[in-house]
Design a protein around this ligand. Structure first.
Ligand code: FA5
Length: 337
């Protein structure tokens, strides 16, 4: 066997094989060179030697052809195997989305209020000064404006600092009696920390009719607390001041759980609708050719931040995690609806 044969068998790639071919039977390969030396032999030896070398050449060429066919087949098999689709394999799971924790809390809250017969509404985040402040009894010189530092737009409008302008919008459009909750984003130009964001959410409630009292307000907040935290939930009211309520209060619910993390959770503000708000609503209605129907009515309103509820419920220590879109945080809520 010629020494080229084991080298041909050992070639693992077509490139290896080409190298062996060049080495022996290429233009300046060793076997080709030997053929070139035939002319130097005496004529009687040439024929026999020529036949010998040709036989070797043929042996090498046959081995090269065979090895090339084998390597080509192996390469094709590998390519096909790589591209094969096994339709019997189980499918790959698609990454599922999930509701943002704030939307879950919103859903819990609106379910509670819908059970009590409330209509759920939404309104614009870009507001005008009149709906956000003036009509809510907060004139430009009022110090309460400093409590809600405002993002102003160049056209004089603003990003609403609370959902209370929805009280005004809804009353201008609808006659009493009414029961609504308004939900959505609000914005304040303030430094952020673990419990304060520049963009957050509120849920606003408004009930207007005849003879609505503070007792109705307290009962409603208590019902919400029981809906959130079960039959033993407690609520606490403390006098507070909002220009659009009289009287006004802040409320807290007792967040009770078996792991012993119970505490009072300051949730929001509330109060009886200030008569000046009803007057401002009637003025807006009148300007639109509608009847003045709010003066003399009574009602209550409240506004709360769902972030506070979600932070406790889902053990999120910093409000800023909600909106940083860090997959390590929001990924925990994937696939759960
Ligand atoms: C108001 O915004 C009133 N409009 C609420 C109201 C409505 C009172 C109707 C009376 C009648 P306040 O600024 O306190 O009030 O905000 C209400 C709630 O929003 C707070 O209790 C808190 O839960 C939440 N909140 C306020 N500022 C922030 C903030 N920067 N980040 C996160 N949550 C906030």
């Amino acid at each position: 066997m010629h020494e080229a044969i084991p080298e041909i068998h050992a070639a693992q790639t077509l490139d290896d094989l080409q190298a062996v071919k060049t080495k022996y039977v290429g233009k300046s390969g060793s076997v080709t060179r030997e053929l070139g030396t035939l002319g130097t032999l005496p004529p009687e030896e040439r024929k026999a030697r020529g036949a010998e070398i040709n036989a070797v050449r043929q042996e090498i060429q046959a081995a090269l052809d065979e090895r090339e066919a084998t390597l080509k087949r192996a390469a094709l098999d590998a390519k096909l195997a790589g591209e094969a689709i096994d339709v019997t394999l189980p499918g790959l799971p698609l990454p599922a989305g999930g509701l943002h924790p704030i939307n879950r809390v919103y859903d819990d809250l609106t379910a509670i209020y819908e059970r009590m017969g409330y209509t759920v509404v939404e309104g614009p985040e870009v507001e005008d000064e009149h709906h956000n402040f003036e009509a809510l009894n907060v004139p430009w010189y009022h110090p309460a404006r400093d409590l809600q530092d405002t993002f102003w737009l160049e056209d004089g409008r603003l990003l609403r600092t609370h959902t209370s302008p929805m009280q005004v919008r809804y009353m201008v459009a609808h006659e009493p009696p009414l029961k609504i909750v308004a939900r959505g984003k609000v914005y304040r130009y303030e430094a952020t920390d673990a419990t304060h964001e520049a963009m957050f959410h509120q849920l606003e409630g408004l009930v207007v009719g005849d003879g609505i009292s503070m007792a109705d307000l307290k009962g409603t907040i208590a019902e919400m607390a029981r809906g959130l935290y079960g039959p033993s939930a407690k609520v606490r009211f403390q006098p507070s001041y909002y220009p659009f309520t009289e009287p006004g209060a802040d409320f807290a619910v007792y967040w009770d759980n078996p792991r012993g993390e119970s505490k009072w959770l300051e949730l929001g503000g509330c109060g009886m609708v200030h008569p000046n708000v009803f007057r401002a609503v009637d003025d807006l209605r009148e300007a639109q050719g509608k009847a003045r129907v709010y003066e003399g009515k009574t009602g209550f309103a409240f506004g709360l931040g769902p972030e506070r509820i979600a932070m406790l419920k889902y053990k999120i220590p910093d409000i800023r995690y909600f909106y940083a879109n860090d997959p390590r945080v929001i990924g925990q809520f994937r696939g759960e609806l």
